[in-house]
Design a binder for this molecule. Structure first.
Ligand SMILES: Nc1ncnc2c1ncn2[C@@H]1O[C@H](COP(=O)(O)OP(=O)(O)OP(=O)(O)O)[C@@H](O)[C@H]1O
Ligand SMILES: [Mg+2]
Length: 234
């Protein structure tokens, strides 16, 4: 479903040059929930941004379903952003004045879905995340966990095959965070959606199908102890 190979990315030039990603190889299958861990500043968000078509790599390649990219600038991967990936952020990124339903519809319309179709797709996505009875609430009237569910509905609407979640539970209490993980699992199992999720919480990471540790510019399969930094080199 997703294959990343030999991906490299650095910032700056000359003596200020910082090599962040030094040759990332990873694969994610359909329906897989993968946790990405690693120390602050190791390049987790950078990797997600490149996979999500928001940033170009210096070298390497990505194949996501039918999309082939990696080093193309963001203006050449519009379709990856419209149809390939859905994003979820720590702080939800919802529009305050729009209802849950209109938040999802709005995103679909931006992706080019005609209005009539957007409404039914949005309702369908909100149903899948368990918010059928909250569709007309604005974010202020929803709990943190419910807001994140709206963001998840937005991410899966329009049947995008891959969800990129950058610390999706960072603002949630333990119980809501676990609820979000359970929802991810359900979406993976029931609809074959794949999720790549950055988290700093080893308990949540252990609920994923697989964990990847990003350290020193490369990814390695990991267990909890090495992600904690206690297990030596993975
Ligand atoms: N646009 C940029 N210009 C220069 N340096 C950048 C840029 N974006 C990221 N970096 C640097 O690249 C490194 C990786 O940043 P990134 O945000 O990917 O880390 P992260 O693993 O997501 O960290 P955190 O866990 O704190 O979110 C950092 O040293 C950061 O300062
Ligand atoms: Mg980050």
């Amino acid at each position: 479903m997703l294959a990343v190979s030999g991906l490299k990315k650095g910032f700056g030039s000359g003596r200020r040059r910082l090599e962040v990603l030094k040759g990332i190889d990873l694969k994610i299958e359909s329906g897989e929930l993968v946790a990405l861990m690693g120390p602050s500043g190791c390049g987790k968000s950078t990797l997600l941004n490149i996979i999500g078509g928001l940033l170009e790599a210096d070298s390497g390649s990505i194949s996501l379903t039918d999309f082939e990219y990696g080093t193309y600038p963001p203006n050449r991967v519009v379709d990856v952003r419209r149809k390939g990936v859905g994003w979820i952020f720590q702080d939800y990124h919802l529009i305050d004045r729009l209802s849950a339903l209109d938040n999802v519809i709005f995103a679909l319309e931006l992706a080019g879905v005609p209005s009539a179709q957007a409404e039914s797709q949005a309702m369908d996505a909100l149903r899948k995340v368990g918010l059928s009875d909250r569709m007309n609430f604005i974010p202020d009237q929803l709990s943190g966990g419910q807001r994140q569910r709206v963001a998840i509905a937005r991410a899966i609407s329009g049947s995008r095959p891959l969800i990129l979640a950058d610390e999706p539970t960072g603002n949630l209490d333990v119980k809501s965070a676990e609820g979000i993980l359970d929802l991810f699992k359900e979406l993976c199992e029931d609809y074959g959606i794949s999720v790549l999720m950055v988290t700093h919480d080893p308990n949540l990471a252990s609920k994923a199908d697989r964990m990847l540790l990003l350290r020193d510019g490369v990814t390695a399969a990991s267990d909890i102890r090495s992600a904690w930094g206690e297990g030596g080199n993975p």
